[in-house]
Design a protein around this ligand. Sequence first.
Ligand code: DON
Length: 331
Amino acid sequence: MANSNQLSKIPVIASPLPTFIEELYTKYQGLKEGTVANYIPELAKVNPNLFSICIVTVNGEVYEVGNYQQLFTIQSISKVFAHGLALEDHGRDYFLTRVGVEPTGEAFNAIILDEQSKRPYNPMVNAGAIATTNLIKGVDATERLNRMLDMFRRYIGHDVFVDISVFTSERTTGHRNRAMAHLMLNFGMIDPNIEESLDLYFQQCAVMVNCHDLAVMAATLANKGINPITQEQAVDSRYVRDMLSVMYTCGMYNFAGEWAYKVGIPAKSGVSGGILAVVPNQMGIAVFSPLLDARGNSIRGVKVCEELSQRLGLHLFECDNPLGKGEWQRE
Ligand code: DON
């Protein structure tokens, strides 16, 4: 058995992560391709040069670079967490009667429902996300919003707030989302009070986070639903697999297949420029950069995640892992 003298001779291997994310930050800072989202007028005002990368491990170690304290609206990344809350409120079987789990291969705002079941395809596209938010319980709009905000607090570790100007901007211009809600109401797939559900959906999209917060949220999902910083259980661990499965197949919209092939970890993007990615039992990754490609994914965010996955061997189906599963961690 090793005594303390022998143990002190074991070399301490510093984590490669700080140097690596600095390298990625420097490498991609000069990449200016893409455009900021402008279909929601408030989002068009963002500084396109903002850029940050943050990794939080399941042990609570934090590595971050760039504008990681810059606040932005969470947008579609909220759909992952609303999915978890709806599963907690209704269970897997009932949830599946209202929202499917099939990728669409279409844009996030496509107005389509499954021909036979009339369900929206999955909770990551707008139609499915609106139906998911519709399932969140509460006696009135205030209670539903408070339950949603409290859920975000558990994942992040501090109180969150809704950006009123983005919420109002989206509520005023969200005719497409309103059309989807009416279509689903026509088929009896959502409750009649659609304005209340749409407001809650617009509010969830307008919750303010920074890149650090997103990485803690991702690390919570990597850590069986337990926030690795506060140790609070943010979501029932039995639903984490549902959330990650849908992220894996549908989280990057009509880029989901290529993402699964190349990057190989569950992830979700939002039109404000965030990407949140989860390496189960290892770490949460977040990148923020508002310049988007035609599918609505952050261009630098995709590049950073591709390279992180490749260099650290994070692809879930990697057999020939260059570093060995989890060996990027400090000894
Ligand atoms: O419904 C919308 O259009 C936005 N609130 C969310 C869009 C979004 O982030 C889609 N993602 N790429």
